[in-house]
Design a protein around this ligand. Structure first.
Ligand code: GLC
Length: 536
């Protein structure tokens, strides 16, 4: 199998509004990101996945793009973007752009033309019908919005300011490929593809994702754009099964490098329930089954996994599955060790490497996210109490991941000199911040730094087979084996001591958050113990 740079890469996701504010307006910006590249270089990451920085009315914080080839004023200018690319590349850090081509903003020139002139070619770039069907928007309510002037409805699977593009239109597809090539020519490292599994939708048959032409479109895109370059491409595919993921990522498939699958994330809510019916008690045996399935099915040469706990749409993993009290640091390291030693490309979401947690929101007035606000309105109409709604939003709402990055113990955690930031800084910032983490050799940061380094150095992380081991329910242990080398990774995913009877001897410790000798001697794992040892 041909090896690519991204097989040994760890990617760091930046949510630009919340990373670093250089101009003091309370919002993060590109210059702010550039100013923190040395920090990222110290962490050792290979690439940044930059959530959207394009021109946008910010109805969905940039996932509603009004010009793909311009930078939003709040983030800076194209010159700032070029500067970021130059400075990042000079430190060996690639920039992966967010590609949002399932929909545009309703303020994109194409949609403005499509709406005002039904005879224009742009009309067919979007999806119009005389009558709506009962398709629902992921952000609540009908997926169809009435346009009075033309007496038709347009489709929007997200907010009504995010009209869906019609991928059946070949001219539109070509415009998208031209835009991608514009970014490739700037020297980017790849694309993260927003809800890419939806581009083959057939609304009349109520098919929203995994439509019949999806893979044809992706193959065509590959050939027309990144296929000629050694770029990382990762698709966001909520409904992917291992079978589907293989189709996207098999080495000769001429589609993508990998996809984000979300099966493990589905354990954050009750089975077959909306995400707001959250489930805080982690079903560890189920988590083990899910990861074991993905690790074995996307075997070497068959496909490639992406590995993540967090992103800008998810709660902070420590708040839902880790421990935010006594074991905050230890559980953060345990979750990191567990994930980063599997096969796949790991992703770190900003602040994860210092153990950031959910924000203690008290009132709906503090919420910014359109998905949470739409949910609150619908839930109120359906008779839920304000307390129930806030309880869900506090655990699951997307703003939890989006509060400002905590850099140090000064005002606004060093994120901004402004008195007001777009979302508030978590009150725990005096204890949880990057400066404190850098000053403490035993901090979460250095566990991540070590894991990122292992990923670059160790071929076994790519090549070795994966085997789930039989253990106590709350212990997640697996073996990675090659003919002449094998490694044991063991993690206690609980606040209680657990039995551990795996092996009596090992050769060398690769990484640990504990005294692993004790674990072997006593046949017990202490709360959130985690380590990797080489067995032979
Ligand atoms: C993806 C993004 C999310 C956005 C949605 C619509 O799921 O990750 O933030 O709201 O697509 O673009």
């Amino acid at each position: 199998m041909q090896k690519h740079w991204w097989h040994k890469a760890t990617i760091y996701q930046i949510y630009p509004k919340s990373f670093m504010d250089a101009n003091g307006d309370g919002l993060g910006d590109l210059k702010g990101i550039t100013s923190k590249l040395d920090y990222l270089q110290k962490l050792g990451i290979t690439a940044i996945w930059l959530s959207p920085v394009y021109q946008s009315p910010m109805d969905d914080n940039g996932y509603d793009i009004s010009d793909y080839q311009a930078i939003a004023d709040i983030f800076g200018s194209m010159a700032d973007m070029d500067e970021l690319l130059k400075e990042a590349n000079s430190r060996g850090i690639k920039i992966i752009m967010d590609l949002v081509v399932n929909h545009t903003s309703d303020e994109h020139a194409w949609f403005i033309e499509a709406r005002s002139n039904p005879e224009s070619p742009e009309r067919d770039y979007y999806i119009w019908r005389d009558q709506p069907n009962d398709l629902l928007s992921i952000f609540g309510g009908s997926a169809w919005e009435y346009d009075q002037a033309s007496n038709q409805y347009y489709l929007h699977f997200f907010s009504k300011k995010q009209p869906d593009l019609n991928w059946e239109n070949a001219e539109l597809r070509q415009k998208i490929y031209d835009m991608m090539n514009f970014w490739i020519a700037k020297g980017i490292g790849g694309f993260r593809m927003d809800v890419i599994d939806m581009i083959g939708k057939i609304p009349d048959q109520k098919i929203s994702s995994n439509g019949p032409k999806l893979h044809d479109y992706i193959k065509e895109m590959n050939q027309a754009t990144f296929g000629q370059h050694d770029l990382l491409t990762v698709g966001e595919t909520w409904g992917a099964t291992p079978e589907i993921a293989k189709r996207y990522s098999e080495p000769d498939g001429q589609e993508l490098s990998m996809v984000f699958q979300f099966e493990h994330v589905s354990l954050q809510h009750k089975p077959n329930a909306p995400k707001w019916d959250y489930e805080k008690e982690l079903d560890v045996p189920e988590l083990k089954n899910i990861f074991a399935k993905w690790q074995t099915e996307l075997a070497l040469g068959q496909g490639w996994n992406s590995l993540f706990w967090n992103n800008h749409d998810l709660p902070r993993v420590l708040s839902i599955w880790g421990n935010t009290g006594t074991y905050r640091q230890k559980s953060a390291k345990a979750l990191a060790i567990l994930l980063h030693l599997m096969r796949g490309t790991p992703y770190i979401y900003q602040g994860e490497e210092i153990g950031m947690v959910n924000y203690p929101f008290k009132d709906l007035s503090e919420i910014n996210d359109i998905e949470s606000l739409n949910y609150a309105q619908e839930a109120l109409e359906n008779g839920k109490t304000k307390e129930q709604i806030m309880d869900s939003i506090c655990m699951i709402g997307r703003d939890n991941a989006r509060t400002p990055m905590q850099w140090d113990r000064t005002k606004q955690a060093g994120f901004s000199v402004s008195d007001q930031t777009w979302l508030p800084v978590n009150p725990n910032y005096k204890d949880v911040n990057a400066a404190a983490a850098l000053a403490d050799p035993d901090s979460i940061f250095y566990t991540y730094q070590k894991l990122v380094g292992l990923r670059k150095e160790c071929d076994w992380l790519i090549d070795a087979d994966f085997e789930l081991l039989e253990t106590a329910d709350k212990v997640f242990a697996y073996k990675r084996s090659l003919p002449d080398e094998s490694y044991l990774i063991a993690v206690n995913l609980s606040d209680e001591e657990q039995d551990f009877e795996l092996t009596d001897s090992y050769k060398e410790t690769i990484i640990s958050n504990t005294d692993e000798n004790q674990a072997f001697a006593n046949h017990k794992l202490q709360p959130w113990d985690a380590f990797c040892v080489r067995l032979n």
